[in-house]
Design a protein around this ligand. Structure first.
Ligand SMILES: *Cc1c(COP(=O)(O)O)cnc(C)c1O
Length: 520
């Protein structure tokens, strides 16, 4: 085929030309194609809506080996030139076997069902496609994001000088918070009155330590590694029987740092640990941070929903933090991604401020043109804030809080259910909405068997698609975990899932080979 052929005036007959350029141009969203955009997106929304209405199970139970060939067989060099055909294909490669978080028997991870106002926001933000790095790419978007940052810092009570930025998620928020804490600690150490004249950053960095509970999120250790401190710079503080940081141990570790010439650059308190929903004693931790000059970070990725709930007092002390992580995509019922890192003192954000001539030259800051890139570790960045904006404008903060309160109530009821059920053993009474428990295969059975039975029950349940639950490890033993974030999940659903778990565990026990009889 001649190189010029695709540009010929007359398109080749359908089915012969692999890619008609006229068609490519018409795929761009602009004034001329706006109606086509509306029809195409409406049709796709109709499909998803029908799909969600018809979903009977959270998952089909398909295996990787079962699904991989379907995805692999798609020829990416042979476009379909037809949205309907592509969506038909998508049914096979994705929609049919997706894991549906809105289903009441999806009880696994911190994934929430999403609120419709946020989905409206998602549809708008992705089509307008603002990038929130600079004012000249976003205008109103920048102001909306700033309003929401202020709204959140007001809810937390961070004070007049507070600020923050939306991020891709809690891991990124934690990373940025640790970066700010590190650079503040270094700055202070190098500018101390008694700092040696030849003091260098390279001498300070190896002495930095982060203190956090043994139940905190792994992204803290990951952040320490990415920040060049090494995972060893993280000191794990033991927790009490409710999985809350023991502040006596924190005090002892801070004192030890001091004696050994180490710098406790940050204490990370968790408000809602991922496994147990436990909330570290924030006021006591704030006192210790103040005494030792340590940056206090509160990881409220999960517990942030309490900011709008009738249980707000569970977060008392959070207002004393130097930085806070919130994941709206967990307990604010927002679609992924929606998260923010908030700081008490906006000046600390300067540690991520870099000026580029082409983008955000220094003179713009001097003219007070708001460029959000000055506060972010990303450059091009989604307008995720719009989802929260429309959520607050349509249903309001109290509406979100009600949803979160309802799942916390449900978790309390489910705890009673588990506690009274001799088939199971539950670790702690929940503060938020998770339950960590295990099936107990009889009184005198060995721990390895208990591990095997619980691991099997989780996998068998997943493969059945009837329900999805999570697993975790407590004191080296395998447990199961429910994360409740769906108010549509009833206590009956939970009881049904417990029965299914017991059934799968029971059949695993039944298949157990008889112990070999010892020869006499
Ligand atoms: C989920 C979670 C994170 C990580 O957040 P992502 O949005 O998944 O990156 C951090 N901390 C806690 C306590 C979490 O529960």
């Amino acid at each position: 085929m001649s190189l010029l052929a695709p540009f010929a005036e007359d398109p080749s007959p359908a089915g012969i030309s692999p890619a008609a350029p006229a068609d490519s141009r018409s795929q761009l969203l602009n004034g001329a194609t706006a109606a086509r955009y509306r029809d195409a997106v409406t049709a796709s929304v109709a499909r998803v809506s029908a799909k969600i209405a018809a979903t009977e199970r959270p998952f089909t139970g398909i295996s990787v080996d079962g699904l991989a060939p379907t995805v692999a067989s798609v020829d990416l060099e042979a476009p379909l030139h037809d949205p309907a055909a592509a969506l038909d294909e998508l049914e096979e490669v994705y929609l049919r076997d997706a894991v549906y978080f809105h289903h009441p028997r999806y009880l696994a991870h911190l994934n929430c069902p999403v609120v419709i106002p946020a989905l409206i926001g998602e549809a708008v933000l992705t089509a307008v496609n603002s990038s929130l790095d600079t004012w000249d790419q976003s205008a109103g978007g920048t102001l909306i994001e700033r309003r929401l940052v202020d709204w959140t810092t007001d809810r937390i009570g961070l004070g007049e000088r507070a600020d923050g930025i939306f991020t891709s998620g809690g891991s990124q928020s934690n990373l940025q918070a640790m970066l700010l804490a590190r650079d503040e600690a270094c700055r202070r150490e190098l500018t101390r009155d008694d700092a040696p004249a030849e003091a260098r950053l390279t001498d300070v960095l190896p002495r930095l330590r982060i203190l956090t509970s043994e139940c905190s999120h792994f992204s803290i250790r990951k952040a320490a590694t990415m920040l060049g401190m090494g995972a060893e710079a993280v000191i794990a503080v033991p927790t009490d029987e409710d999985k809350r940081m023991r502040t006596a141990d924190l005090a002892a570790q801070l004192a030890r740092c001091h004696q050994e010439g180490l710098i406790p650059m940050a204490v990370v308190a968790t408000a809602g640990t991922t496994d147990f929903g436990s909330i570290d004693p924030l006021p006591e931790i704030a006192d210790l941070c103040a005494r030792h000059g340590a940056w206090m970070h509160v990881d409220a990725a999960y517990g942030c929903g309490l900011l709008v709930s009738r249980r707000r007092e569970l977060l008392s002390g959070i207002e004393r933090a130097d930085s806070v992580t919130v994941d709206y995509h967990k307990s604010f019922f927002q679609p992924v991604s929606s998260s923010a890192v908030l700081v008490r003192d906006r000046a600390t954000l300067r540690h991520v401020t870099y000026h580029a001539d082409y983008l955000n030259p220094r003179r713009m800051a001097e003219r007070r043109i708001p460029n959000q890139v000055d506060k972010s570790i990303q450059t091009t960045r989604r307008f995720d804030a719009l989802k929260l904006w429309l959520t607050l404008r349509i249903m309001g903060a109290a509406g979100i809080g009600e949803l979160f309160d309802e799942v916390i109530d449900r978790a309390a009821d489910a705890w009673k259910l588990l506690h009274d059920d001799p088939r199971f053993e539950v670790v702690v009474e929940p503060r938020l909405s998770t339950l960590v428990f295990r099936y107990v295969p009889g009184a005198d059975l060995d721990p390895q068997l208990s591990d095997r039975v619980n691991l099997h029950a989780r996998e068998a349940l997943f493969a059945s698609g009837d329900a999805v639950v999570a697993g975790t490890v407590v004191d080296d033993r395998h447990y199961l975990k429910f994360t409740l974030l769906n108010p549509e999940t009833t206590l009956e659903d939970i009881a049904t899932v417990l029965d299914l778990i017991a059934e799968h565990a029971g059949s695993c026990l039944a298949e157990r080979p008889e112990p070999a009889l010892s020869a006499h």
